[in-house]
Design a protein around this ligand. Sequence first.
Ligand SMILES: *Cc1c(COP(=O)(O)O)cnc(C)c1O
Length: 360
Amino acid sequence: MSRVFNFSAGPATLPEPVLEQVRDEMLDWRGTGMSVMEMSHRDKPFMSIAAEAEADLRKLLKVPENYKVLFLQGGATGQFAFVPMNLMPAGGSADYVVTGSWGKKAIKEAGKYGTANTVARPADDVFNHIPARDGWKLDPNAAYVHYTPNETIEGVEFHNAPDVGDKPLVGDFSSTILSRPVDVAAHGLIYAGAQKNAGPAGLTMVIVRDDLIGKARPETPSVFDYKAAADGESMLNTPPCFAWYVSGLVFKWLLDQGGLEGMAERNQRKARLLYDYIDSEPFYTNPVNPADRSFMNVTFTLANPELDAAFLEGAKAAGMPGLKGHRSVGGMRASIYNAMPEEGVKALVDYMKDFVKKNG
Ligand SMILES: *Cc1c(COP(=O)(O)O)cnc(C)c1O
């Protein structure tokens, strides 16, 4: 058996030592005689797994005391609805900064629950940059400001949290969480599906400031009411136990790698390798404003799109699957999350060079 360099956008590659540990613990988790999948979430073994994962996540992100960390289900798409249900009063409004396809989905969903204002959005939805902050039109009555720190499909990233004054800033961190340090205190709420950069699908992490909890509309489902979830320590009902456990192992792996400072350094080096090569070779193009380029999802097109299929086929045969761009934008996308080693990015650049030699 040989492992490939998996460039999939999500579910995505996981650290090998984590997969090995999961394998080793599969039939007998630390003398319990059962796997984590088979344990009661109310018994001590899983309670300790859950508590350790939370403590490690708090350590990694330096989550302040006055924030709750919730381990929920429903994905980031669920949060597109649960954020307004919890934070936007009936008849109220919220501000949305739209810098890509996920932001578009978030604002559309929020519109079901009230007025979702567009604060900034590139003309004609050409998502290749972050609109300058001084052009944003914030509404003083908005309940919160929502943005997408990393647009996974277009590869557009905020490298710092925008300043929105006293308004709670809400960020969909699905594809950038744990890739670099984050100023949690600059946010009222952070959410992320686990399957891009933290663990298996099925788990959604929500980090929310205490004063934003307890304002949900009465019709909010209890499992997605942040207060009920926080009071129940994310165990109001059966949580996604296995995904929580595996994510916890990823958190430990990250701490071993030097935490998020260490990861940020490595991730920036990986991204620079790819962008530098793309910028130096006319056969490949990345359309994103250099200052706003994603460290996690590197998009690029070939000079001749008729060669796309051959490029993907050759990459797959060389042990590099998952490079096809999202169906909505086409082209290529290399997702280079935490678990993608530097050698994987080097192998990709070598393949790209070779492809130009043969086809350019
Ligand atoms: C993948 C992704 C989503 C959707 O996540 P689900 O967990 O499938 O709902 C939302 N936002 C961003 C930024 C993503 O990358």
